[in-house]
Structures are given as C-alpha cells and as structure tokens.
Design a protein around this ligand. Sequence first.
Ligand code: PMP
Length: 305
Amino acid sequence: MEGTGKIWMNGRLVPFGSARVHVLTHALHYASAVFEGLRCYRTPRGPAVFRLGEHVRRLARSAKMYSMEIPYTEAQISAAILKTVRASGLDECYIRPLAYRGHGWMGLTPTKNPVDLAIACWRWTAGESRAGRGAAGIRCKVSSWARIDARAQPMKAKAASNYANAALARVEALEDGYDEAIMLGPDGAVAEGGAENIFVVRDGEISTPPLSSGILEGITRDSVVQIVEADGGRVAESAIMREDLYVADEVFMTGTAAEVKAVASVDRARVGSGRAGPVTRALRRAYMDAATGRDERFSEWLTPV
Ligand code: PMP
C-alpha cells in the first residue's frame, strides 16, 4: 500500500512510517480491538466523508460490547477523523479508525490495559480487490467455514476477532480460485461475505438476511435499503438459504470498501446472466451518486472535510 500523510494516534498526528505499537500490545495477542472503515469521496462541494456519524456511532457501540472505554467522545473521534483526512491531503480515501487494548499488562484480561485509538487513511480505490468493480461480477464460494455463532461473540461489533473467521474463509476461497467467500451462519442460512453484506434479487424482489442472523449492521446495506425505499421500493429482510443464491436473478454484495458489487457465480453456478444485472447496476449507480454528492436527497450523509 501507498503510505501517505500522517496517522492520528491518541491525539497526535505522527508520520506514516513512525506509527508504531509495542510488540506486547494486548490486541496483537488477544484480538482486543474494534475498528471502522469509512470512505471520503470527491464531491461537487469538495471532499466529504460518507456517513461519518453512523460509522463513529458503530465504533462506539462495538467498543461498548467489549467493555472498552474509548477515552474520546464521538464528537472528538469525528473531528479527529476529519483532521486525519485533511492532513493526508487526499481528496478520496479509505479511513480506518482502530480502538485497541494497548500494553502494560500481559495476560487474557483486557481491561487492565489502556484503550488506544489510532486513525489512518489511504488511497484505496480498489477496496479489498479489483474483482467485480465492472460488469463482470465476482466469483463466490460458499465457505466450508461457518460464520461465528452470535452466541459465541457479538457479531454486531466490528471487532478484529471476527476477522480471523472471515480470513479463513477468504483464504480458502482465493486458494480454490474464487474472489470472495460467502459464509453461512450456524443455522445454515446465508450470513455475509468476508467483508460485505449480501443481497438477492428474485422475480423483482430484493431481499437481504435480517440483522438477527449474526451479521454486521452494514452502513452500505442500510444506505442501499434507504435508497430503494426513497425510490418507492422495499427490501425484504428474510432468511436466505444457499440454494436461493443458485437460482437468484441477481446477487450483489455491499460494503464500504466493496461499495456495490455484482456476484457472477456462487460455487461455479452462474447467477442470472453471469454479469451485473439491471437491479445491481441501478443500485450501484444510485449508491455512488449518493456517496459522491450527486444525489441531493442524501446530502445529509456527507460531512465536508
Ligand atoms: N460485513 C462484514 C463482516 C464487514 O467487514 C463489512 C465491512 N465493514 C460489512 C459487512 C459491510 O459493512 P459496511 O457497509 O458498514 O462497510
């Protein structure tokens, strides 16, 4: 990755190359970290962060679920995010705030360590991968790894520990020649991708797994639902089974990094035409219009940098 600008660490902007942590940082050993992923887009009114308030609130909630007291208010975190982007000089970037247990005490109990906060940003046009950004769509594999049971850990938290599971699924998918994994929840229903929520289109109806299925409350997911509703449609929240993916007209994934991505095939079964379908294309365009300030109806989603 390209190391640009400065990284905000506990209130100080430090040069990219000097943003270091101690090797006994608790989070490195016990995954005691929660984080966010946001994007800043170039808009007609200058660079703006998309849904800043919602991302900062989700970070605060993720921290609360893990008894982490971030020593900054949501307003202070939002201001620090904007300051970091400004200092980078980038007009389009991905932003990664990370709250983590630092060092001082070694052993399982996280609460004996301070909660540190870091905010980095970088140019990341492609997001997690270039695949699926065009009309071609991504090839997905239903993972042999089940998504973590929400009875085992809070899956609504965007916690580092969730990503050990997602990374196993991702690596398996890549090694088997796919672009991304789709994970089933402990009940066998479709949960989410490694770093995306999932939507299915069939006979004109758009559906997505309910939040009760142990998935991240995706902000892109919510944006897509709100866009569909603003245009007079609706998205059903209902359980999606593996076989529903095979016979769908369209499947697409949403995420801050992925934006709106078409799924071309699942387990080598072609989805619809095998290319981005009309609903996916329309929603991708509508989402990008909202995120880049070209759709005035959603201008309150943008915070100028
Ligand atoms: N699920 C998982 C597991 C994710 O990592 C992400 C990316 N943050 C999403 C869903 C999508 O969430 P959002 O739209 O808020 O980026």
